[in-house]
Every structure is written in C-alpha cells, then in structure tokens.
Design a protein around this ligand. Structure first.
Ligand SMILES: [Zn+2]
Length: 218
C-alpha cells in the first residue's frame, strides 16, 4: 500500500504558527538521527478497525492536526500516522521540525523535535496489542524513513528516548508512550550507531527500573 501524502495540506500557516518558514530544518546541516514511535492513546475519536474507510481516518487525522496546532503551534506534531487499516499518512515534511518529543538529544544537544522523525500509531497500546494492519503501516513508515535518510535509522519508543535538558542534565520522558504492547515490537528494529544503541539501552533500562518500581506492591 502506498503512503497517502497529506504533507502539502498541512504545510501552511493554518497548521503552522507563524507560517511554514519558521518550522523548516536544513537537513544538510542537521540530519535526522532517529525515529521516535508514539501512540495516540485513544484520543481523536473512536477506535477504528481494519475496514475503516479513509474518510473516517481523515477526520481523526484532522482532529489531531487541529488539537496539536492549538496546543503546540504545529499540527500534526508528527511526520507519519499509522492506522489499523494498514494505511500510512505522511503529514509532516522531512525538512520540518514537529512537536512530539520534549527535550534534547544527549549526543548532539539538538532538540529531539528537530532531529527525530515522529511516527504515531492510532490506538491505545497500553491496553491492547497493535493489529497486523497497524504493524504493516508502521513498517512502511520505518522503510520510508530509512529510504529518505539513506541509512537505517534508530527507532526509539517515546518513553525510552535518551533525553537531556538545555543544561545537559538527563531528563526522563516520563511517559508510557507508545504503550507496553507496542514497545517490545521495537526491540527488533533498533539499528544504528553503537553510541546511539548504548544511549537507547541506558534509557530503556532506566524506564524498565521505573516501571518495576511502579509495579511493585506497596
Ligand atoms: Zn509519544
């Protein structure tokens, strides 16, 4: 299934505060470092099935776009959106920063919203596993991101993104996103430099420890 390209539709002042120019990133100077995976956690409408028509998906894409525009100044705050139908929507141009992950990359000091491609699956994967169609659409997003980058990118669960604040202090993302049923799927898709792999392992271990503490009785 080919990607449905809505990037022109959302590349306008209506969806980008101050106009598109404010959100452009020179990828020759600031290349993409990784893909960060998210879920909608059930926002933006009822859960859609494998047989949902594109019109219903489009309605939820637009609800997300308007909500993010109001809250973050840009909508959608992601580059790609995946649905249980297997359809993948491109909603943010490669050469734009978005609004999906707070804080900064601990290696480059750049904001993750600038150096990471945001991919979001519609659904709440804290409560239910992703459907085959959702995984197909996510796989398509990762393939397209790797093709565009010209090399395999690291793929990181939002809650496991190794993050520092503007002063360089480690800062947890403090989110279960993209949900406990989707995070394990990523373990087979992390493929990048050893330095970034080590960062991801460290962040993953920290989150796993935090989750173990939360799950512990008393
Ligand atoms: Zn997220």
């Amino acid at each position: 299934m080919t990607t449905i390209d809505l990037t022109d539709r959302y590349h306008s002042a209506a969806y980008m505060e101050g106009g598109p120019g404010r959100w452009l990133v020179d990828r020759a100077r600031t290349p993409v470092r990784a893909v960060v995976l998210h879920h909608t956690a059930g926002w933006y409408g009822p859960a859609l099935g494998a047989d949902a028509p594109p019109e219903e998906e489009g309605t939820q894409v637009d609800a997300l776009a308007r909500d993010h525009r109001a809250r973050f100044g840009i909508g959608p705050g992601y580059h790609y959106l995946a649905f249980p139908s297997g359809r993948l929507y491109a909603v943010g141009k490669w050469g734009t920063q978005r609004a999906h992950t707070t804080g900064r990359d601990s290696v480059t000091g750049e904001r993750w919203n600038v150096v990471a491609i945001g991919v979001c699956a519609f659904g709440d994967f804290e409560v239910a596993p992703p459907s085959p169609g959702t995984l197909r659409a996510l796989r398509a997003a990762l393939d397209e991101a790797n093709r565009t980058a010209g090399a395999p990118l690291a793929v990181i669960a939002h809650g496991r993104v190794p993050t520092v604040d503007a002063a360089g202090r480690p800062t947890p993302q403090a989110t279960a996103c993209p949900g406990r049923h989707l995070r394990p799927w990523l373990d087979g898709h992390v493929d990048s430099s050893e330095a970034l792999r080590a960062e991801i392992r460290t962040a993953r271990d920290a989150l796993d420890r935090a989750e173990a503490l939360l799950a512990a009785p008393g």
